[in-house]
Write a protein that binds this ligand. Structure first.
Ligand SMILES: [Zn+2]
Length: 635
């Protein structure tokens, strides 16, 4: 079983492939965001856009709009916006790389892998195919388990006895593996297929030297399909019906299933997490299903392992608030301690981590049934905050009346404190710990940091992966640090009403078709606009010459890392709801630009009239043209 060390994790991040920006742009240009969002959110055509209920905040009437022209989604309620990749990251919980791969696969594109040699690429390709096949095998087994549940009164009675409705059982895809050694032989045509062993469905005793004795791993058990964040079946949990052992049995580690990374119920809970505003991490799949039945659909569970940093990282892609729930016994306390270790590297100032300890005789299911949903909701809101739990753990076994006891506290607190990301919370913790130890805050910090080897800064996964792959975690826009650079001089960031230049930029980026419709002279006028607008128009012109008309989302990808990205970010990303133009608005702007240009030229010629004999004739010409323009109707 692969134990992921910090070093291994850092290494895997460092070797993560770099995807060329041009590929991302092409991918976005080929993608249909309406189709991608439509996989998750029912959409209805309304005018030029598609509308639906926002998946990022709870609402009754649709304010979530998806634009086929711009290739963006935008919510007028909560302000969330982005392109297809951003949607898969925000709603599907995928990492950037996962989202790119997912889209590339749906649109038949091969993700270029810069650093990989052909053999490596082929190996990766084979692995992907094998994983897809394993998912299919597991899916097929799951279907057969569901069929068996319908015809197994004792299994149905068991679920009813646990208070579960047919609806919830269906939502989680619950099934039943009947008693008997080779039931799957009637599901799969070849019971000897190596895939059945590799998927963990069948156990083989081949290696013992005897003839191959195979049998089903899951027998006479309620089956809980375990899905990844894409909804694919990657394994099963099985709960025995009677008194057999083990009570709970999970799929073994396979190429598609890793207990240290997967959380039961995350796929099913993903929308509820946003509505509830937090995720509840429980200890078992029965808790998750029962809580969903009882009005807490925002619960997930680890799969018979302690909560790891990988688990926590995954959860923080869906929500900023995590509540770990534990049974109130010694085992629960130990599990909580491990979850604390998993969570500390992510305890940034904007996140909230709490620990809920149930009374010793209860699990979440029995607690809600005994005391009601309100009482449980109160338990959640009164749960122990991470900062207090750190103090409790640090104090454990310390006699604070003695210098030795206070020193022990410092020793126990040090690794916890060092694991936290820098921020106000970490500074406050230092203050509190220093008070408990009885020395000054700066003295404690000096002692702790002095004994940490320099050159190996504390691992901070909440920011490091984002930097390694070139993306900040705050959203689809902020992929590079470049947009943090100060805007060029002369741009007034405070100004609210967009200028004529602002509008020209917004209109042409939002609907590049309009650039296509302008004359060469008009293009020239736009290229002549003052900095930074002229430069951005030149960039747009270059895109037009190279790639033709593109949706805004594609242009936006092409601008990543450009020195003027900040300008576009302010004028377009921040004003996505207001950049659409009426027919003719661009023509009015073009007219005004031409008039300005004529007036300027006339002014400059007038100043030269004394020395330039041709100036007078030219001024007469230009005035004639200006008079025509002034008569032109303003649309
Ligand atoms: Zn919204």
């Amino acid at each position: 079983m692969a134990l992921q060390t910090r070093a291994a994790r850092a290494w895997s991040l460092a070797t993560e492939m770099a995807i060329p920006q041009s590929f991302i742009q092409e991918l976005i240009n080929r993608t249909d965001v309406v189709e991608v969002v439509g996989r998750y959110v029912p959409l209805k055509k309304g005018g030029a856009n598609y509308m639906g209920l926002c998946p990022f905040h709870g609402e009754k009437s649709p304010s979530f709009s998806v634009s086929p022209t711009k290739q963006f989604f935008h919510c007028f309620g909560c302000g969330k916006n982005g392109n297809a990749i951003g949607f898969l990251m925000e709603h599907g919980g995928m990492s950037f790389i996962e989202a790119v791969k997912d889209l590339a696969q749906s649109y038949g594109l091969q993700v270029p892998e810069d650093d990989a040699d052909p053999a490596e690429r082929q190996r990766a390709q084979q692995q992907r195919q094998r994983q897809a096949t394993l998912n299919e095998v597991l899916e097929k087994a799951g279907e057969s388990y569901r069929k068996h549940l319908k015809t197994s009164p004792q299994a149905i009675d068991y679920l009813k006895g646990r208070g579960l409705s047919g609806e919830v059982a269906k939502q989680f895809g619950l099934g039943y593996a009947p008693d008997g050694w080779r039931n799957l032989a009637s599901v799969f045509s070849d019971y000897q297929d190596a895939l059945l062993v590799e998927s963990g469905l069948v156990i083989s005793h081949e290696e013992s030297g005897e003839e191959d004795k195979r049998y089903d791993r899951f027998r006479d058990r309620i089956m809980f399909p375990i899905r990844n964040v894409k909804g694919e079946c990657i394994g099963f949990g099985g709960r025995v019906l009677g008194d057999g052992t083990p009570k709970y049995l999970n799929s073994p580690e396979t190429p598609v299933f890793s207990k240290g990374r997967e959380l039961y119920g995350l796929f099913e809970a993903r929308t509820a997490l946003r509505e509830a505003g937090y995720v509840l991490v429980t200890e078992g799949y029965m808790d998750v299903v029962a809580l969903a039945q009882l009005g807490f659909p925002n619960a997930v569970a680890t799969l018979g392992t302690a909560c790891t940093t990988d688990h926590v990282q995954k959860l923080f892609r869906f929500t900023d608030s995590v509540v770990f729930s534990f049974d109130g016994d010694a085992a629960g306390r130990r599990a909580a301690r491990k979850a604390l270790d998993g969570a500390l590297p992510f305890a940034s100032d904007t996140r909230n981590v709490k620990f809920l300890f149930l009374p010793a005789e209860h699990d979440p299911d029995s607690f809600v049934r005994a005391h009601g949903t309100d009482a449980f909701a109160r338990m959640v809101s009164d749960a122990t905050p991470l900062s207090r739990f750190v103090m409790e753990v640090a104090r454990e076994g310390c006699d604070l009346d003695s210098a030795e006891g206070r020193s022990l506290l410092a020793a126990q607190a040090k690794p916890l404190w060092l694991a936290m990301p820098d921020g106000v919370l970490k500074t406050q913790m230092l203050n509190e710990l220093a008070n408990a130890v009885g020395i000054g805050q700066h003295e404690l910090q000096r002692l702790w940091l002095a004994s940490t080897p320099s050159g190996t800064p504390s691992f901070n996964p909440s920011t490091k992966p984002a930097q390694k792959s070139g993306f900040a975690s705050t959203g689809p826009w902020t992929r590079t640090g470049n947009n943090k650079r100060p805007p060029p001089l002369g741009i007034n960031l405070r100004s609210k009403a967009p200028s004529r230049h602002d509008r020209a930029l917004q209109i042409l980026f939002a609907d590049m078709q309009q650039w296509d419709g302008l004359s060469a002279h008009q293009h020239h006028l736009l290229l002549e606009m003052p900095a930074p607008y002229g430069e951005l128009m030149a960039w747009l012109n270059q895109q037009w010459l190279e790639n033709g008309v593109q949706p805004l989302a594609g242009l936006r990808e092409g601008l990543r890392g450009h020195s003027l990205e900040a300008v576009v970010s302010r004028l377009i990303d921040d004003a996505l709801a207001d950049i659409d133009s009426d027919a003719g608005e661009l023509q009015s702007i073009m007219l005004a630009l031409e008039k300005d240009q004529l007036s300027q030229e006339i002014d400059s010629l007038t100043r030269r009239m004394a020395s330039d004999p041709l100036a007078y004739e030219r001024i007469k010409q230009l005035n004639g043209r200006l008079a025509v323009l002034k008569k032109a109707p303003l649309v």
